[in-house]
Design a protein around this ligand. Structure first.
Ligand SMILES: NC(=O)C[C@H](N)C(=O)O
Length: 347
């Protein structure tokens, strides 16, 4: 595992840069599908088409930003798999060696945070990589697609976006891939960063950053181990789902546990059966804010789960913890390395 160290959390002076940098920049655009590439049909349903409406976007930054536009996929994001995420990673690395200055990925919003975080963990790049999407399709009133696309390009071309890891730009806000999450089914202000908030914003004239991540980890991978599962705990949960997983020969599981990281006691025989098979079991919280920690010492409490061998992942939501576990497994980490990689909140 390699680490790139990124420093300082809060800026005392806001760092912003005008849209126009002195140098003409080339931005690689990877369209992958999602609502941003869809249109409303006659019956009101939103449907993907043969042609991506974004391909008729007239570059408003001609002479300042050159766009290298490619269409690797046209997938609704529920169809996106880690395999496609790896393909995107490889395309970015290849394009970087050809000299691009930044990347914009357009993506469906349902799994956008997972692709963004996968790329954040696996790209060695210091160049800006910005993921965006839309909540309203191309021909709907108030469609946000072109605006998000344009502001994502501005951000990717901004000097300040350099070295910040993968960013998500939606609704004039800049978020880190690591902590952003989709919070609303339809609202254009759906992407939020619980606990910490966005790291920057975009206005007509400027891209402004007011914080950045402390540390960034880069894990090179060349294949995907994706039989990694995600379970959500609930009041009265029993061992059945855990026991069903024991039979599946899985590589890992993340559990969205209750509160600070506790499980109903009836789950414990199932949890033990997974641990007995040396399956890495990662605990996060199903709470929207805060971090999972081993606090309680009662049957099913976090202290006991940790004693049994469960790994606490501090600060990620379930879907991000799953991506992190999957990346660690795909990098063939030893079980000790995997445990510290997954549990470390800031990398
Ligand atoms: N707003 C969207 O993009 C949602 C869509 N279902 C997708 O993720 O592809």
């Amino acid at each position: 595992m390699m680490s790139k160290i990124i420093i300082i959390v809060k800026y005392f002076n806001l760092k912003s840069n005008a849209i126009w940098s002195e140098k003409m920049k080339t931005i690689l655009v990877l369209h992958t599908g999602g609502t941003i590439a869809m249109s409303e049909g006659e019956n009101g349903a939103i449907i993907p088409g043969e042609q991506n409406p974004l391909n008729s976007f007239n570059n408003p930054f001609t002479g300042k930003i050159k766009l290298d536009i490619r269409n690797p996929f046209n997938l609704p994001s529920p169809h996106m798999r880690p395999q496609e995420m790896l393909t995107l990673r490889n395309k970015i690395i290849e394009a970087e060696s050809e000299g691009i200055d930044g990347v914009v990925i357009t993506h469906g919003t349902d799994t956008l945070e997972e692709t963004a975080y996968f790329l954040d963990l696996t790209l060695p790049s210091e160049i800006p990589v910005v993921v965006t999407g839309a909540m309203r399709s191309a021909n709907e009133i108030g469609s946000d697609g072109l605006h998000n696309f344009q502001t994502a390009i501005q951000t990717a071309a901004s000097d300040e976006a350099h070295g910040k890891g993968v960013l998500v730009v939606m609704n004039d806000e800049i978020h880190t891939a690591r902590f952003v999450t989709k919070t609303h089914t339809t609202n254009v202000a759906t992407f939020r960063t619980p606990t910490f908030g966005p790291v920057g914003s975009i206005s007509k004239e400027r891209v402004t950053f007011f914080s950045k991540l402390i540390r960034q980890t880069y894990v090179p991978i060349d294949h995907i181990v994706d039989n990694v599962y995600l379970l959500k705990a609930f009041a009265g949960m029993g061992p059945e789902l855990f026991k069903a997983l024991v039979k599946q020969n899985i590589s890992g599981v993340v559990i969205e546990a209750l509160g600070a990281g506790n499980l109903p006691p009836a789950t414990l025989p199932g949890l033990q059966a997974l641990l007995d098979q040396n399956v890495p079991v990662v605990i996060v919280s199903r709470c929207f804010n805060g971090t999972a920690e081993s606090v309680y010492d009662y049957a099913g409490g976090g202290v006991r789960l940790e004693q049994m061998g469960a790994i606490f992942c501090h600060g990620l939501n379930g879907q991000k913890a799953r991506i992190k576990l999957l990346v660690g497994l795909s990098a063939d980490m030893s079980s000790n390395d995997l445990a510290s990689f997954v549990s470390d909140a800031v990398s």
